[in-house]
Structures are given as C-alpha cells and as structure tokens.
Design a protein. Structure first.
Length: 218
C-alpha cells in the first residue's frame, strides 16, 4: 500500500511540475492557430490586431461588407502582448493592410505608466510589422476615452498625440482618430456609446467607428 501511495505521489509531483505555466493569452493565440488550420486565411485581407474593442467586434465584416477582414483582436491585450506574440500575429498572414487598436489596457494595467512608454511599445510593434511587411498600409486607431478610465485620459491623450505625430512621418501609415466622433456637441464623451461597464462599446459606437475608418480601408 505504501509503495502504491508513494508511486502515486511521485506521479502527481511529476505531472504538477512538468506542466509549464502558459503565458497570458496563450489560449487565444492557440485558438487563432486552430482557426487558421481549419480555414486557410485569405490573402490580401485587412488584418485587425489589438485588444477587446476588436475582440468584441465579432460582426465586423457586416460593417464592411465589401472588405475581406481577418480579426485577430484578443482579450484585454496590451502592446506588450502584441510584441510578445508578434510572430504568431503576423507570420500566418499576407495582408494588404493592418489596422491596430491597442494601448488602452497598457495604461489600465499600470496607472503610473507614462505616455512615452506606451508610444515606445507601439513603435516596437510597428517595427516588427515593417520587418515583415515593409510596404503595406499600416494604420493605428486612436485610444478611445472610456468613461470607466477617465483618470487615465491625460496620459492617453498624450500617447495619442505622440503616435499621431509618429504615424504622420511614416510611409504608407495613417493615424485614425475616432475620439471626435465619440463626443457630443459639447465635446464630452458620449456615455450612451458604451455598454454597462463603460468600457466596451455598443453597436452604435462601432457604427461611428466604421464611418471614420471607411476612408482608410484598402
């Protein structure tokens, strides 16, 4: 009996320590890989990469019926996550355009984070894109000002301004500002464009995004 118990404990110990702890969002990336294996990704598509504002836009193709779109938004990802999984997010595809929405969660993850650091994280990811796709269109959607994160707005606004300036100097690159269209006549962020958590958007919010994004879509 003691031998059986010892063997069981030893086996449990081996299993416990042989299971490598998976990095954050690992499962999301595996889901993308599985999807790509089951359905070959179309070439010359518009590739969306970013956080939950893309993840939750599950019907994005219906907003752009004449476009071929691959949505690779995942969880509450940060720019650090985009950099970590860059190969997985870029290598399987041959897009004609990449549109990024990310950076909001970087500030939410660390409310002491400065705009300069977020901008540097974005530049790192942008460089990774250019190493693989030197000539395609690359666009960045401005960080939206979610009501639930109002205390982070000052640094978000600085980051938006710096990224806009950076993208203006780049070839085949655009900064897509969705902040204005989400304001009311008095210049206040429209809370009715957000669901109960005051973070994620309603269909009307996505409709407004669509109106701004369309002129930039290849």
């Amino acid at each position: 009996m003691k031998k059986v118990l010892s063997a069981f404990l030893l086996l449990s110990f081996i299993i416990l320590f042989s299971q490598e702890k998976k990095p954050m969002f690992w499962q999301d990336i595996q889901s993308f890989k599985k999807s790509d294996q089951e359905h070959t990704p179309p070439a010359d598509a518009i590739l969306l990469i970013g956080s939950s504002s893309f993840t939750k836009w599950t019907d994005v193709s219906s907003y752009f019926p004449n476009k071929t779109i691959i949505n690779r938004g995942f969880g509450g990802s940060r720019l650090t996550d985009l950099n970590y999984y860059a190969n997985d997010l870029l290598n399987p595809y041959q897009p004609k355009q990449i549109i990024i929405y990310c950076g909001e969660n970087d500030f939410a993850d660390n409310d002491q984070l400065k705009a300069k650091e977020v901008v540097n994280r974005y530049k790192t990811f942008y460089t990774k894109i250019r190493e693989k796709f030197p000539d395609i269109e690359v666009d960045y959607i401005s960080i939206k000002y979610s009501p639930s994160r109002e205390k982070l707005w000052p640094q978000m606004k600085k980051a938006n301004k710096k990224i806009a300036s950076f993208m203006k100097k780049e070839k085949n690159a655009e900064y897509i500002d969705i902040t204005k269209v989400m304001e009311d006549a008095q210049g206040n962020v429209r809370k009715d464009l957000f669901v109960e958590d005051m973070l994620h958007m309603t269909p009307e919010g996505y409709k407004l995004w669509t109106s701004v994004m369309k002129p930039y879509m290849k």
